[in-house]
Write a protein that binds this ligand. Structure first.
Ligand SMILES: [Fe+2]
Length: 195
């Protein structure tokens, strides 16, 4: 079991760096690079969010795969929430793609997660997870909260290799579009929901 380093921890979001031991991260990275992807328009705003490339939908974590088993354990240990099931898949944004402001709650979801499987990232490549550090439950609440914020309530999390973010209900967030400057570096994550 890896320890990881908790870099952010509040009621809305928890971020763990070095979430998996190096060798398991390397396997997760290799697996995401060999996913069979299909491109779909973003689900939040299909007109402006661009294409998201996704691998096959998965249910639960295959105990035969060491890194998946470990990720399941890290999620379970850190979330503090006992969940029945995980639904997850790879999600890859190339230059120009991101996701508009939204809330992931509803349909019995306990939390969402993003596990960044990239080998490197530059702070000018975009793709940051931007969130409102104030709980909201509706689109209107989000809009009022974000527009009335002087800035201190808007926080961002950079894509970083081997970083895991848990996003709890009430956390409004978006992914800023990946910049042209990222070139052929893609923002690759294993993404899912715990139920
Ligand atoms: Fe989300």
């Amino acid at each position: 079991m890896s320890e990881g380093i908790i870099v952010t921890n509040n009621q809305l979001i928890k971020v763990i760096d070095d979430a998996l031991p190096e060798d398991l991260f390397a396997q997760a990275l290799k697996d995401i690079q060999t996913e069979k992807l299909s491109a779909t328009l973003g689900s939040i705003n299909p007109i402006f969010d661009g294409f998201a490339s996704r691998g096959p939908a998965r249910e639960g974590f295959d105990p035969e795969s060491k890194w998946r088993k470990e990720l399941f354990q890290v999620l379970t240990t850190n979330s503090g929430i006992d969940v029945k099931q995980f639904y997850w898949r790879s999600t890859i944004y190339a230059s120009g793609s991101g996701i508009s402001w939204h809330l992931d709650q509803g349909d019995g979801r306990s939390y969402a997660f993003n596990y960044y499987c990239i080998d490197t990232w530059d702070i000018d490549w975009g793709g940051e997870l931007l969130y409102l550090n104030k709980p909201v439950s509706t689109r209107q609440g989000l809009s009022e909260g974000a527009l009335s914020s002087a800035g201190s309530e808007l926080q961002l999390i950079y894509p970083r290799p081997n970083r895991l973010a848990l996003i709890y209900p009430g956390c409004a967030h978006r992914v800023t579009p990946v910049s042209k400057r990222a070139g052929d570096h893609y923002r690759s994550t294993w993404t899912g929901f715990a139920f």
